[in-house]
Design a protein around this ligand. Structure first.
Ligand SMILES: [Zn+2]
Length: 298
């Protein structure tokens, strides 16, 4: 119960597609345990650029099969956001748009695409569900396979609370903000290592997610004049931190290979991700999220 039931969901920037039939082995790739495929999954988990790693062409077994997407007309109010996961993603996007429009004079809304199994993106090539949620700067769209939220809980050990999911959406919108600021490209210049551009970019997106959390319950929706979210509880914040921790590079590496190698980090440690989310949440100040200007990433 995080959304104010009086808020109205705006689906005008959201699309939904059912993807192309059976994707390339989601259940096997992730459910099969901690093999090499898990590394592929997490290399891009909450990442920004599947096009650089994923095959650019749709796999043969998905060509020409188009399943119907989620029916977005089900998403009308905050109550729907509290009960239907797809509506929660859209409503979280609405809230993010409301908050960032107040923080950034030249903010423009990204699009949201809900998909299953796999998606042929406009700007980043084909992405399977294994990629996890991602933001594509080429088409300014945040992509979500909502099945990932179960994976986050069941395979990565996050709590299953709604705010864990909302943190994921806020992180991807953080990449959109970076794109508008012109800093997203730094992730590619120096993509790996504990103080590389990749880690700095990801930690800044976590911090921006925290900034959103700071304002989400006090920013009123235009039109309804009710705040997007109910006041956040300690459990909500614990859910967000749980998700941030679950996708830390050290935790994922430890689980996958039994050892931790910071030189290959792309997103930051569990502790760092929690630290930067907290910085954004406590200050509400995007300027405090300048992970590129500090020698102390945490
Ligand atoms: Zn990211």
């Amino acid at each position: 119960m995080t959304f104010n039931e009086g808020m109205r969901i705006d689906t005008s920037t959201t699309s939904s597609s059912g993807g192309g039939g059976r994707g390339p082995g989601r259940g096997i790739a992730i459910g099969g345990g901690l093999g090499g495929l898990v590394i592929v999954v997490v290399a891009l988990l909450l990442g920004v650029d599947p096009g650089s790693v994923m095959p650019q062409q749709q796999p043969m077994d998905t060509q020409g099969v188009e399943a119907p997407g989620f029916d977005l007309s089900q998403c009308k109010t905050g109550e729907d956001a509290n009960t239907i996961v797809q509506c929660r993603v859209v409503a979280t996007g609405n809230s993010l748009d409301g908050v960032w429009a107040q923080l950034m004079p030249d903010y423009t809304r990204p699009r949201i695409e809900l998909f299953e199994n796999g998606i042929d993106t406009g700007g980043c090539g084909f992405a399977s569900s294994d990629v996890g949620p991602f933001y594509c700067p080429g088409d300014q769209t945040a992509y979500f396979d909502v099945g990932f939220f179960d994976t986050l809980r069941d395979q990565f050990g996050s709590s299953g609370g709604p705010f864990a999911q909302e943190y994921v959406v806020a992180h991807e919108f953080g990449h959109h903000v970076q794109n508008l600021q012109g800093v997203l490209g730094r992730a590619q210049q120096d993509p790996t290592g504990p103080t590389g551009g990749g880690v700095r970019t990801e930690l800044q997106a976590d911090c921006y997610a925290g900034v959103w959390a700071h304002y989400a319950a006090i920013t009123k929706q235009e039109g309804t004049d009710v705040p997007f979210l109910e006041p956040l509880t300690d459990k909500d914040i614990a859910d967000a931190l749980s998700a941030a921790s679950a996708v830390g590079d050290d935790r994922i590496q430890e689980a996958a290979t039994g050892r931790v190698n910071p030189e290959s980090w792309t997103h930051g440690s569990s502790e760092q991700r929690q630290k930067w989310f907290t910085t954004g949440y406590q200050t509400g100040d995007p300027a405090k999220c300048d992970t590129f200007a500090t020698n102390n990433l945490g």
